[in-house]
Ligand binder design. Structure first.
Ligand SMILES: *Cc1c(COP(=O)(O)O)cnc(C)c1O
Length: 361
């Protein structure tokens, strides 16, 4: 039990069963939403209060609402999965709760207690459990977020915030094995700099990544890959996914923490690989080295990872002055093995030695 009670106000006119079945049979990503949402208020005076499960619907905010001007906003992303026995599991929600607190700290926002975060996602999935997709590879994507809701144009941390959770049924990001993607190296832009907000999951980081991502698409690539802001030399991550490199000796490298987002998928993959005796290094990896290793064959595979797409093989890398292919340009064997091992744990189909799966009931 948590110290907070959720007042439940069920939706008066929820989506009909027939329409819901239709929607969850092919939900895509982030387009379909469930009937309810969580809302909790915070004020400096009252702390966390007015926790409620409400019909999902528009918010009414003042044009001077602080978030609209200074972008004091953070979010999380995690999935609930249907388990083989018909139950529902969350994958490492405690890690999301802790990261949400860290992001809040960096954005000068109040920290939501871990138990309230966990209770909030449980409450929402309980009431909207019929929205869990039944299709192969489907899941319920949960989006907790918080923003400065004070009506005030002064530049300071707001004194009022809203925390919400919405849920979206999603299909498999890729049906079958994930195809390899192409990356565009951004020459002109950085995602985050030393001392900045790169390690916080905040909307502002995404706003800054959209132009370089559009540039990648215009260049015919799938995703942008960012290099470090100081030397423009070391690989950091994609707009919303961490990266891994797999070498011929079986070892793996992933960029060290600091200016990158500490992905829970990244951490889970490092743990799975180390469990199997794989040497995993967290260290700087230069773009020139990446090219040299890909060309010499020392680098066998590379992949990107995050909650939404889980694991995505990287096939080719291009930039204004460079162009190289990793392996044969297609999905690699070790990448595919890690992807299937991780998804099996997430779906309750494999032993869970680290206790990553939290059951709803
Ligand atoms: C959320 C996110 C990731 C992936 O984190 P997961 O916890 O694995 O989903 C990676 N990079 C950025 C910038 C992100 O926002």
């Amino acid at each position: 039990m948590t110290g907070i009670e959720f007042k439940v106000q069920p939706h008066g006119a929820p989506v009909s069963k027939a329409q819901r079945q239709e929607l969850i049979s092919n939900p895509g990503f982030g387009k379909v939403f469930t009937d309810h949402m969580v809302m909790i208020r915070y004020s400096d005076d009252l702390g966390w209060h007015d926790a409620a499960i409400l019909p999902r619907g528009p918010l009414s905010i003042d044009p001077a609402c602080a978030v609209l001007h200074y972008a004091q906003e953070i979010f999380e992303g995690l999935k609930a999965y249907r388990l083989p026995d018909g139950g529902i599991g969350f994958f490492r929600p405690d890690a999301n709760a802790r990261r949400f607190q860290k992001s809040a700290e960096r954005l000068a926002m109040p920290q939501l207690p871990e138990d309230i975060f966990l209770a909030s996602i449980r409450e929402l999935v309980s009431i909207d459990r019929d929205w869990m997709p039944t299709i192969e590879g489907g899941s319920l994507y949960l989006r907790p977020f918080m923003f400065a809701s004070e009506t005030f144009l002064g530049v300071k941390p707001a004194s009022e915030y809203l925390y919400l959770v919405i849920a979206s049924p999603v299909g498999a990001y890729f049906k079958g094995g994930a195809p390899a993607v192409s990356l565009w190296i951004s020459d002109d832009y950085s995602r985050a700099g030393p001392g900045g907000t790169g390690a916080a999951k905040c909307g502002g980081n995404y706003a800054a990544s959209l132009l370089p991502q559009s540039e990648a698409i215009a260049q015919g690539c799938d995703q942008v890959v960012f290099l470090d802001a100081a030397e423009h030399r070391y690989v950091e991550e994609l707009g919303g996914m961490n990266v891994f490199f797999i070498f011929e000796d079986g070892s793996m490298t992933t960029p060290e923490l600091g200016t990158i987002l500490p992905g829970i998928t990244r951490d889970s993959i490092m743990t799975l690989a180390r469990d199997q005796g794989v040497a995993v290094r967290e260290e700087k990896y230069a773009i020139d080295q990446w090219k040299a290793d890909a060309e010499s064959g020392r680098l066998r595979e590379a992949f990107a990872c995050g909650t939404a797409a889980v694991v995505t093989p990287i096939g080719t890398v291009r930039g204004t002055t460079t162009n190289f292919t990793i392996g044969n340009g297609g999905p690699g064997i070790v990448t595919e093995k890690l992807r299937s091992q991780l998804t099996a744990i997430q779906r309750g189909l494999a032993p869970d030695p680290h206790g990553w799966l939290h059951r709803l009931d």
